[in-house]
Design a binder for this molecule. Structure first.
Ligand SMILES: Cc1cc2nc3c(=O)[nH]c(=O)nc-3n(C[C@H](O)[C@H](O)[C@H](O)COP(=O)(O)OP(=O)(O)OC[C@H]3O[C@@H](n4cnc5c(N)ncnc54)[C@H](O)[C@@H]3O)c2cc1C
Length: 340
């Protein structure tokens, strides 16, 4: 008897919590559009981090998949828990992320659906499209968020990550780009959203995608790798990066670089880590021949463990390193590779 009363009370309490949540989502909750970035038929990692950020606000999430043949990606994103609807728009220029056309599409979709938020990853695509769409709708975008405080308040780094700003937006529509490394990746499963085709596909047509040159690599992708080994000006030449590739291959790491190494032509600029390059936060970051300039730290200081190899004991990189080795890299790196 007492057991059944207790069970009954628990049931009532759970029901009221569930009602409360649902009521909140329907009445005051966010109604978010997520721009789904995809490449070669796969949803990009940054989109799945942005989905987690959007879910942190509660409410409904609609995913927008624009591309030449968006159906397969639409089906994939529909399977994520938290996605309540998927919209597709088909055009070749969307496939190549032509910003003018994608921004016009976002505006058309927004005018029809009146979302409260539009989220995207803080990637080259998100950074290109979101501010354009926000300007067309006369609202101020909020870029590179690292935390969701509430539906109108977000946290973002400023001054190359040396200060953290909490910003509250009073715009009715909030455009937000999400720093991938600050949010867990959403995991597929638990969702079964309906997929609808968007009627409008306005084309601005002022820009045509001409072609691309992609740096091919069998190593893990820099922005999402669990381990990263980066080289700086201290590597002296592109050929010497071979030392880092050998070490990286032994531990399954991606290879990155400082801007000085990129500017000197040692490696391609897709490897640049920092304020004007990629932001990474792997479990292990090894900085080799990198001084630790503020603009470089902006891209890697959230890494879990930082190791520095530098022959200058006063190099600023040692201030953020968990483990530091003051040594000539041309001696230390081959030794380390040998021992692993
Ligand atoms: C607006 C702006 C944006 C920027 N964005 C970025 C960015 O995104 N990413 C970035 O990295 N930089 C960026 N920079 C550049 C940044 O200020 C630094 O110039 C750059 O990071 C320096 O690269 P580095 O550490 O490889 O070179 P250096 O500062 O020259 O350091 C080389 C290091 O190698 C060590 N070394 C040399 N030989 C050896 C050896 N044999 N063994 C061991 N150690 C050795 C030296 O002791 C030194 O500490 C930006 C700058 C500006 C102004």
């Amino acid at each position: 008897m007492s057991l059944s009363i207790a069970t009954g009370l628990r049931a009532i309490r759970q029901t009221s919590v569930a009602f409360g949540r649902r009521g909140y989502a329907a009445a005051a909750g966010a109604n978010t559009l997520l721009l789904v970035e995809h490449k070669d038929g796969a949803i990009t990692g940054a989109t799945l981090n942005a989905l987690t950020a959007a879910k942190a606000m509660g409410g409904n999430i609609t995913a927008l998949v624009a591309g030449e043949a968006p159906e397969a990606v639409a089906k994939a994103i529909a399977e994520f828990e938290g996605v309540s609807k998927v919209l597709t728009a088909s055009d070749a220029s969307y496939e190549k992320n032509v910003a003018e056309d994608l921004a016009a599409l976002l505006v058309a979709v927004q005018e029809k659906n009146a979302f409260s938020h539009i989220f995207a990853g803080h990637t080259a695509v998100g950074k290109n499209v979101i501010p354009r769409a926000a300007a067309l709708l006369d609202v101020a975008p909020i870029s590179d968020i690292i935390k969701v405080e509430s539906e109108d308040t977000f946290v973002r780094p400023i001054f190359a990550g040396n200060a953290i700003a909490t910003v509250k937006s009073s715009d009715a529509l909030k455009f937000v780009t999400v720093r991938a490394t600050a949010f867990e990746s959403a995991v597929s499963g638990g969702g079964a959203a309906a997929v609808e085709t968007v009627a409008e596909s306005p084309k601005v047509g002022v820009t045509q995608w001409a072609g691309e040159e992609i740096q091919k690599s069998d190593r893990p992708e820099l922005a999402s790798a669990k381990r990263v080994i980066s080289g700086g000006r201290g590597m002296k030449s592109g050929e010497n990066f071979e030392l880092l590739y050998k070490l990286a291959d032994k531990i399954g790491a991606a290879v990155g670089a400082s801007r000085a190494a990129v500017d000197a032509g040692f490696v391609d600029n897709s490897l640049q880590v920092g304020q004007t390059g990629k932001i990474v936060a792997p479990e292990l970051y090894v900085a080799v021949g990198i001084s630790g300039a503020i603009q470089h730290l902006a891209g890697m200081k959230d890494s879990k463990t930082i190791v520095a190899i530098n022959k200058d004991a006063d190099a600023p990189i040692f201030q953020v390193a968990d483990y530091g080795l003051v040594e000539d890299l041309f001696k230390a790196v081959p030794e380390l590779t040998e021992k692993l």
